[in-house]
Design a protein around this ligand. Structure first.
Ligand code: GDP
Length: 524
């Protein structure tokens, strides 16, 4: 009989972090193909380009449900059940993207070999590091001319401040891409080959064990030299460091041509952690704890004004979900029956009957849930650690269009802020309302929901990007406020400064060394 613990040990839950266009959609699709979760390449792509969304939308209209656009995908592979959580890029980037990283046990970082580490990757990486979760790196597009592999490794280590261990090493690249030297499996994987000669074995000295034309190639010679260099001067492989998130195993490949994807997946599953315990108000909750528990990390509101229902995404932390089970919402102590829930699959949404720690389920929500909420069958009604506050980067000044609607305006803002849709700050001098976000989409959602749910039209005035730094000081001299360093209070009445730019921040730090500033997203 399989126990709850056996089940939990098969789960792997991760998010892919990358900058737009690095190949996240392509890699996701290839992974889903291996798992048999989708039949055709192009399914995930179609969703991204919007082809899917239209037909989806009509279907949804019919069902009076809502589109979740499969932001959670699940597949079975080699006795594992894998959950992939999408972290949207482009215009969809928001605090939800960061919060998604709170619900995973590991992350896969995709890097475009020609571009190296890009902005969005750095931001998402920081959140992963804050949590100390393992990060696996896939350097993509080796079939194209890119940066030199050693340069890419150096960049990863320098920019991200993490150790790396290349699990394989490219032999040539672009038009001359031969394949990879697979250090981990002690073989060479050829790029252009049939299935029968795809893998060439290496001997104990790490050289080709069989006669092969590759031996004559200067690229092969060069690879052997580089491997020697890596072995002598590079980092040691360390499973402990991988699990602690301080060393990232690096894989070179090409998602588009499905090269190196399976090797990557196999190694990932071997080293990525099963669902981890979570800290709560009564201590750590183990995933094999019999009581069912989980927390809401994302609420997807229906943007269609006719339907108010929403889906709350729940990360299961312990126990087993069963349809129709009764749970407590710890924040209010209110019992809730989980009769309507949905599991996410790439092809379509299936109704979930059973799920365990590590799995993500969607709960139809009519306004019960807030982001960060814990639900559990335990009478103790404990709560998981609060989700962190993320550093907003763009700001808007907001007022109600109609002064007669102040009451609705405040109610709406407070609820949306509490839900985590957006962050609110007040200037200390004028008590103006400033909204902070990490992505433009958050402002749009805010405006839309204020109008549709609270019946208030708002005036939003762009303030552009700012560098937010909090201070723990309980008292701050209000004269430090200026247009370049706006002094505000957050919703917990904590002081923060919004600096115009990096220069203004440094100038301030020089002039006012006594004011201790911090960024919650810097883990050190
Ligand atoms: P996303 O924005 O990160 O989801 O990126 P996509 O998966 O949509 O890929 C962006 C572009 O890069 C698309 O045109 C892909 O076809 C292309 N692409 C993805 N992987 C590879 C690869 O391994 N090699 C090459 N040459 N192109 C790739």
């Amino acid at each position: 009989m399989t126990t709850l613990n056996d089940e939990v040990q098969t789960r792997r839950t991760f998010a892919i972090i990358s900058h737009p266009d690095a190949g996240k959609t392509t890699l996701t699709e290839k992974l889903l193909l291996f798992g048999g979760a989708i039949r055709d390449a192009g399914t995930v792509k179609a969703r991204k380009t919007g082809k899917y969304a239209t037909s989806d939308w009509m279907e949804i209209e019919k069902q009076r449900g809502i589109s979740v656009t499969s932001s959670v995908m699940q597949f079975d592979y080699d006795n594992f059940r894998v959950n992939i959580l999408d972290t949207p890029g482009h215009q969809d980037f928001s605090e939800d993207t960061y919060r998604t990283l709170m619900a995973v046990d590991s992350a896969v970082m995709i890097v475009d070999s020609a571009k190296g580490i890009e902005d969005q990757t750095i931001k998402l990486f920081k959140v992963c590091r804050m949590r100390g979760i393992p990060i696996f790196t896939f350097i993509n597009k080796m079939d194209r001319q890119g940066k030199m592999p050693l340069e890419l490794l150096a960049e990863l280590e320098e920019v991200l401040g993490i150790e790396t261990y290349p699990m394989n090493w490219p032999i040539g690249m672009g038009k001359e891409f031969v394949g990879v030297y697979d250090r981990f499996n002690n073989r060479i994987e050829q790029f252009k080959s049939g299935d029968e000669d795809r893998f060439l074995p290496l001997n104990d000295e790490g050289e080709l064990a069989i006669d092969h034309e590759l031996k004559e190639s200067p690229l092969y010679e060069q690879t052997l030299e580089e491997i020697m260099l890596l072995t002598e001067a590079g980092n040691q492989f360390s499973k402990e460091k991988i699990l602690a998130g301080t060393l990232s195993p690096v894989f070179f490949g090409s998602a588009l041509t499905t090269f190196g994807v399976q090797t990557f997946l196999d190694a990932y599953l071997q080293f990525a952690p099963a669902p981890q315990p979570r800290n709560s108000t009564v201590g750590e909750i183990e995933p094999n704890n019999d009581d069912f528990s989980g927390f809401i990390f994302k609420i997807q509101a229906n943007m269609n004004p006719k339907h108010r229902d929403r889906i709350a995404f729940l990360r299961i932390c312990s126990g087993k979900f069963e349809r129709g089970m009764s749970v407590y919402l710890s924040r209010t102590g209110k019992p809730i029956n989980l009769s309507s829930s949905t599991q996410f699959l790439a092809d379509d949404r299936n109704t979930v009957n059973e799920a365990v720690g590590g799995d993500i389920i969607g709960l139809y929500d009519t306004g019960n849930y807030q982001i960060g909420d814990t639900i559990t069958t335990s009478k103790e009604m404990y709560q998981f650690d609060r989700l962190p506050q993320f550093t907003p980067e763009i700001f808007m000044r907001v007022t109600a269009k109609n002064v007669m609607k102040q009451k609705h305006f405040h109610k709406g803002i407070n609820q949306l802020v509490q839900e985590g849709a957006i962050q609110l700050f007040k200037t200390v001098r004028m008590e103006e309302y400033l909204l902070g976000a990490v992505g433009q989409l958050q402002f749009e959602v805010f405006e839309h929901r204020m109008r549709n749910e609270y019946n208030v039209d708002v005036i939003m005035e762009r303030m552009g990007s700012k560098i937010t730094r909090w201070t723990e000081d309980q008292k701050v001299d209000e004269n430090l406020h200026s247009t370049r360093s706006i002094l505000v209070k957050d919703r917990y009445d904590q002081y923060a400064f919004l600096f115009e730019n990096d220069f203004a921040l440094r100038w301030f730090q020089d002039k006012k060394p006594d004011v201790k500033l911090y960024n919650p997203m810097d883990s050190e």
